[in-house]
Design a protein around this ligand. Structure first.
Ligand SMILES: N[C@@H](CCC(=O)NCCCC(=O)O)C(=O)O
Length: 268
């Protein structure tokens, strides 16, 4: 009996602009790609391109055409920060690394993904991008604020140490995160110095750190999975039930989207 072939969902993963051996490059660190593949979806790296040559209308059309070929979108972490210009703030001295092309694309893709009910998963910088896209603002150096924890990665001589559990988060009962994971709290890793100041209108807070910093958000009334977290669930996700539940939820949403997309293609 011939096996029925069900193509794996395609998930776009935003790239970061970096310099590699003197050349400008666009990259995604491997742990995001491998994590997605482990959950049964195929990642495709999405470069952030020279968008200034397009009119806003052309950009919206290009974005719609791009996202219509996908079953999910992941906005990854990055050592760079969303430009404070994007939320009308003065630059803090600790804020030294930008990726303006990524800002331009990510903030547009967030709205288009939500508008087209494309499953959307933001991680760390991606979490911050979703908040700014919805009109929210960021603290640029949380560790300098009175009463706040230092959320930067713990000093360690290996990556496992940097990505080790760092603090608890409290999960909002009855929220989108609680729908994926039954625990009221969980330990998470922490590798960031920026964080949400004002939550964007239309977003719900889904988890908090012990100092009150928002650590997870969802898009209220989203027609598909639209969650973002400040920590890194892609790090050894199968070893952490909370991280695992997040990726399972996202992958399930991408599979559902793939099925709907296939049905639409068959109907053409
Ligand atoms: N630059 C922002 C976001 C921090 C972040 O995404 N860190 C992870 C970088 C490496 C990785 O992708 O795991 C901030 O400092 O808040």
């Amino acid at each position: 009996m011939q096996a029925t072939y069900s193509p794996r969902p395609l998930v776009g993963v935003i790239a970061c602009c970096r310099e590699v051996e003197g050349h400008s490059a666009q990259m995604v660190t491997d742990k995001y790609l491998q994590a997605l593949y482990r959950y049964g979806v195929t990642p495709v790296i999405l470069p952030v391109l020279a968008v200034d040559m397009l009119t806003p209308e052309q950009r919206a059309a290009e974005t719609t055409a791009l996202l219509s070929r996908l079953d999910g979108l992941m906005l990854t972490g990055s050592y760079t920060n969303v430009s404070p210009d994007r939320y009308s703030a003065e630059r803090a001295p600790e804020n030294t690394r930008d990726d303006l092309l990524r800002d331009e694309e990510a903030l547009c893709w967030v709205h288009e993904a939500v508008r087209h009910a494309l499953p959307l998963f933001g991680i760390c910088r991606g979490f911050q991008e979703m908040n700014v896209a919805f009109g929210g603002t960021l603290h640029q150096a949380v560790q300098t604020l009175p009463g706040m924890l230092d959320h930067r990665e713990p000093s360690a001589d290996n990556m496992a140490g940097h990505y080790a559990p760092s603090h608890k988060v409290k999960i909002r009962p009855g929220g989108a995160l609680a729908a994926l994971y039954s625990g009221e709290h969980s330990e998470v890793n922490s590798l960031h110095q920026q964080g949400i100041d004002q939550l964007g209108p239309g977003l719900d807070a889904e988890a908090w750190a012990p100092d009150g910093l928002i650590e997870a958000i969802s898009v209220r009334d989203a027609a598909a999975f639209a969650l973002a977290v400040q920590w890194h669930p892609e790090w050894r996700s199968k070893d952490h039930p909370f991280y695992d539940a997040l990726f399972e939820g996202f992958a399930t949403a991408c599979r559902q989207h793939r099925t709907q997309r296939a049905a639409q293609l068959d109907a053409c």
